[in-house]
Design a binder for this molecule. Structure first.
Ligand code: FES
Length: 129
């Protein structure tokens, strides 16, 4: 099984399109796909692990979309756009510095689980170290 560094969930073209215009959502999803490929984040040889991306139908925010949830960091970005996707990928996913001014909320994995911490995350997803 491949090591996964991040899973990106984007609500962009929801069935009920509550959080954003569906055209903007589709453009943002296409930009996300392109930039993930352009930055080679799906490369199985990437030491940190691959970056997965999924289009979510609704992330239960339903305003200020498109909404991008970055796991396992628990960072929720609002008002994501094709222009913003590249900076989020470069600064947050590669540089490990979230783009603070675009964060809607944080639900860190540690807070949800109550026990697990970032320090033991590698044990959950041991990869090929
Ligand atoms: S429709 Fe996008 S979060 Fe609900």
């Amino acid at each position: 099984m491949q090591r996964v560094s991040h899973h990106l969930l984007l609500c962009a073209t929801a069935t009920k399109a509550k959080c954003c215009d569906s055209v903007l959502g589709a453009q943002t999803w296409n930009a996300l796909k392109s930039i993930v490929r352009e930055l080679d984040l799906e490369n199985a040889a990437r030491p940190e692990g691959i970056v997965l991306r999924s289009k979510a139908d609704c992330l239960r925010v339903c305003e200020r979309g498109p909404i991008l949830l970055v796991w396992p960091d628990g960072i929720w970005y609002s008002d994501v756009s094709p222009d913003r996707v590249k900076r989020i990928m470069e600064q947050h996913i590669i540089g490990q510095q979230p783009v603070e001014e675009w964060i809607l909320k944080r639900t860190p994995f540690e807070a949800i689980n109550g026990v697990l911490s970032a320090e033991i995350r590698p044990q959950i997803n041991p990869g090929k170290d």
